[in-house]
Design a protein around this ligand. Structure first.
Ligand code: SF4
Ligand code: SF4
Length: 89
C-alpha cells in the first residue's frame, strides 16, 4: 500500500512537505538514481489516518505523475458500502 511517483515528475517539490509521514524524498536522495522524486513504499500509508486522500497526489500539478501501486486506475479507498460484495458475478 503506497503511491508511486512516475517519470513524469518535474521535481517541483510541491508534494514533499505535504507528506505526513515523510515518505517522500527529492531527486538527490532518490535511491534508484533517477532524477525524480521518490516515495518509500514501506513508509507511505496512503495518508490513511491523516488525510481523506493522498496529500501528495492532490498537491502534484503533473497529471498522472503520482499513481497507486495496487490498482493504479482506482483510488485506494473504494466507495463500496458496508455489506456490499467486493466481487460481483
Ligand atoms: S500518499 Fe500520503 S503518506 Fe503516501 S507519500 Fe503521499 S503524502 Fe505521503
Ligand atoms: S508534486 Fe509531482 S511533479 Fe512535483 S515533485 Fe512531487 S511528484 Fe514530482
Amino acid at each position: 500500500m503506497a503511491v508511486i511517483i512516475t517519470d513524469t515528475c518535474i521535481c517541483c517539490g510541491a508534494c514533499i512537505d505535504e507528506c505526513p509521514v515523510e515518505a517522500i524524498v527529492d531527486e538527490d536522495d532518490n535511491p534508484t538514481g533517477e532524477e525524480i522524486y521518490f516515495v518509500y513504499e514501506d513508509k507511505c500509508v496512503e495518508c490513511v489516518g491523516h488525510n481523506d486522500e493522498p496529500a501528495c497526489a492532490i498537491a502534484c500539478p503533473t497529471e498522472g505523475c503520482i499513481v497507486w501501486s495496487e490498482v493504479a486506475s482506482e483510488p485506494p479507498h473504494t466507495d463500496r458500502k458496508p455489506g456490499e460484495p467486493c466481487i460481483s458475478f
